[in-house]
Design a protein around this ligand. Structure first.
Ligand SMILES: [Zn+2]
Length: 472
């Protein structure tokens, strides 16, 4: 993780080759520094450990209760022991499943709520499309096709609605802890996965650390009978390199409740000891930021040579800021704040935080987009033929008794292709739930079809239609 290079100018120049695809960031280093030691800090801002709080299943409490509560606790953007840092609020991660987003249920986050959280420094984790992962009953295990369908469509819909098609989620929360998703995650650009019974080492320095197996402390009912100690399941001594993930499904909105008070106590204890008022060595961030930093830091090369510091990342690195620790720079050497970056100094030590380097995490291929959207109608005609990849239907309220879904694509060549409804999860097709979005997908295991319309068996529960097409 930590790469130390001693900058002896001529030697470094000779050995530091950069290929065209690599990502390079340079910072001018003036003055007479003869031997500068440079390394990548294990966490942003020179912090020594990372803290993440995940709230599962997309409840509105993430916005209404958790965000304002977490924001009462602060760390700074300065390295531990260096004063004058800018105070930064604790933030969390909302682990959201797509099927019930903006389905009309006000207890669930809407896409606008998600954007509001993103603007406040939070992020989302992909918590699958349908949350159907069952691993304790072998007869109900998902098939590879089902895993791929969940991951492809959740990534595509999140990318569109949460991130305006600029990127896709980076992290995954295993639904019901179903670790069988793991072999499929990377194919769909998910670089980390967390669950309560994960087996990853707690320290990013440990060779066994695996971002796809992040462990979490289960804080459901914190302060209640099962979980009386507000600091339960939190390490007694935080060692350098620790990445600790707390998780709960909910926090009681009543401020005088046992659960809310226990959360206050836990967060106060953590921030008093490790936050702005204490050691200030914690970086509290969404899991996605912690993981993208760890991945970028692991592959970064830092070079100090005549007149500049160069940071090089392999092509394809997912974007992250990086903090570079420098030693041996006399205080007399003037250093400017890097563009979109930060600088802190103490004695001959410097912490240089870069702007975001690398590229956003992409949605999986093939790219898809909404080709048609409107109110529900049993027959929809497009203006022109489109390569249809899926139909999504908003459902409010339960279906009429005995309803059987039927989706037929009206192909451009005049023939009809009936969608195989058996392949969709039962309850998303015709299950007893209050509201959300049903999905009838061809991709990723079937090809898109060139169609100029679609027929859908009606039900009073259907309100809106989206037809997703290949984005060519
Ligand atoms: Zn869940």
């Amino acid at each position: 993780m930590i790469k130390i290079l001693t900058g002896i100018f001529a030697l470094s120049l000779a050995t530091f080759a950069i290929s065209a695809q690599e990502i390079k960031w340079e910072y001018p280093l003036k003055g007479d520094a003869k031997a500068v030691k440079a390394s990548v800090s294990p966490f942003l801002y020179g912090k020594t450990w990372g803290y993440s709080i995940e709230l599962d299943d997309g409840g509105i409490l993430a916005k209404n209760v958790a965000q304002p509560l977490f924001a009462e606790y602060k760390f700074t953007d300065a390295p531990p022991g260096v004063k004058r840092g800018k105070e930064t609020p604790f933030v969390g991660t909302a682990a959201v499943m797509v099927c019930n987003m903006s389905g009309g249920n006000s207890t669930i986050l809407s896409w606008d709520d998600v954007k509001d959280l993103l603007a406040k420094g939070w992020d989302i984790s992909n918590h699958s499309f349908w949350h159907t992962g069952i691993h304790w009953d072998k007869t109900k295990l998902l098939s590879p096709d089902q895993f791929k369908r969940e991951l492809f469509w959740s990534q595509a819909v999140f990318a569109h609605y949460a991130y305006a098609d600029k990127k896709a989620p980076l992290t995954f929360v295993y639904p019901s802890g179903d670790y069988n998703y793991k072999p499929f995650l990377k194919e769909f650009n998910l670089r980390a996965g967390s669950r309560v019974s994960g087996s990853s080492a707690a320290s990013i320095f440990d060779p066994k650390f695996d971002p796809l197996e992040l462990c979490r402390s289960n804080l459901d009912g914190l302060g209640g009978d099962k979980n009386k100690d507000p600091m339960g399941d939190f390490p007694k001594d935080i060692k350098d390199g620790t990445l600790h993930v707390d998780f709960s499904h909910g926090i009681d909105e009543k401020k005088d409740s046992v659960n809310y008070k226990a959360w206050q106590e836990r967060l106060k204890t953590i921030s008093d000891k490790y936050g702005a008022k204490g050691l200030d060595n914690v970086w509290c961030a969404p899991t996605s930021d912690l993981v993208s930093y760890a991945l970028a830091a692991k592959s970064a090369k830092v070079d100090v040579s005549a007149g500049k510091i160069t940071v090089v990342l392999p092509a394809g690195t997912i974007e992250s800021r990086l903090t570079i620790r420098l030693e041996g720079i006399p205080e007399s050497v003037k250093l400017d704040v890097p563009k979109d970056g930060l600088i802190y100094r103490q004695g001959d030590k410097v912490w240089l935080t870069t702007p975001a380097l690398g590229k956003p995490n992409e949605a999986p291929k093939p790219k898809v987009k909404i080709g048609y959207e409107g109110n529900f109608a049993p027959e929809i005609k497009f203006d022109k033929p489109m390569k249809v990849a899926a139909v999504r239907l908003q459902q409010s309220g339960g279906f009429a008794k005995g309803y059987v879904p039927r989706v037929v694509f009206l192909l451009k060549d005049g023939t009809r292709k009936e969608f195989n409804v058996e392949k969709v999860h039962k309850w998303t097709g015709f299950g007893p739930r209050w509201g959300g979005w049903c999905l009838y997908p061809l991709l990723p295991e079937e090809d898109a079809v060139l169609a100029d319309g679609v027929e859908i068996a009606p039900d009073p529960a259907f309100k809106k239609v989206e037809v997703w097409i290949l984005d060519e």
